[in-house]
Design a protein around this ligand. Structure first.
Ligand code: SF4
Length: 260
């Protein structure tokens, strides 16, 4: 246990009282580093593993800090009464927690020792050997499928989806619970065919639910703060009516909702 408590990793935020990333009231730990470069990413400061400077209004903010598992767990434990009452717990998000597998495994092991319920938001892009190290300590997997077409997946995220889809099927087989989520982006996948293809796949592998997350522009200012261009500035978020139509299409195959 001592070895795991002292394990260090790099995060860029801890967000308390979230009700969106897993069941109940949760503390979200945002890991630094991700292998994808989704064009709609609302946390561009998460992508690079290096500690960065980001402009926020007139201020310069340092993004990223190194912490021990013990420091995080001490913070997370403060909200234990809320987790117990709501069925919540900790969610590892990012960035991508699988990019820091030793830190992630240690954190998840210690959370389980303390009886904290665990969830992860993940791209599932890692070797399956790495995933097998953490699956026993995860109660809920929230895993994105951004596109079923490997060419389009690469065009919009920078990586092919072959390994991702293979891993998601194995997670559905081996993990306690898998919910598939789709960032639903006009011009990328917010159409009936692409959503139906994803819904069919999620149903086939045995995912519990499908959650469609409507595209939004909340991260746009951060791109400017990092000196980067936001390439989706002409994309308009989908309307409620458009989202409801897509949910109805997905519902033919799997239990589906907007958000989650
Ligand atoms: S997988 Fe998530 S964190 Fe990584 S680039 Fe895509 S949206 Fe951002």
């Amino acid at each position: 246990m001592e070895k795991y408590l002292k394990t260090k990793g790099r995060i860029f935020n801890i967000q308390k009282f979230s009700i969106h990333d897993g069941p109940g009231i949760r503390t979200i730990v945002f890991f630094k580093g991700c292998k994808l470069r989704c064009k709609w990413c609302c946390n561009p400061e998460s992508q690079n593993f290096e500690i960065q400077q980001m402009k926020e209004g007139n201020k310069i903010k340092t993004v990223g800090k190194d912490v021990t598992v013990e420091e995080i767990v001490n913070d997370v434990l403060k909200d234990m009464p809320y987790y117990r009452r709501s069925g919540g717990g900790i969610t590892l998000s990012g960035g991508e927690f699988l990019c820091q597998i030793d830190f992630a495994e240690a954190l998840l092991r210690v959370c389980k020792e303390y009886g904290i319920t665990t969830a992860v938001e993940t791209t599932a892009l890692a070797s399956y050997e790495e995933l097998e190290r953490v699956i026993p300590f995860i109660d809920t997997f929230l895993t994105d499928i951004k596109h079923m077409d490997p060419v389009k997946h690469k065009q919009y995220t920078g990586v092919d989806n072959t390994l991702i889809l293979e891993n998601i099927a194995k997670i559905a087989r081996d993990a306690k619970e898998l919910i598939v989520r789709v960032p639903t982006v006009p011009g990328v996948n917010a159409n009936e065919k692409d959503i139906e293809d994803i819904a069919k796949y999620a149903a086939k592998i045995g995912a519990k639910e499908l959650h469609l997350l409507p595209y939004h522009r909340l991260g746009q200012d951060k791109y400017e703060g990092l000196g980067r261009e936001y390439t989706l500035k002409d994309v308009i978020p989908p309307s409620d009516t458009e989202m409801e139509k897509l949910v109805a299409v997905a519902q033919r195959h799997i239990n589906c909702q907007i958000g989650g």
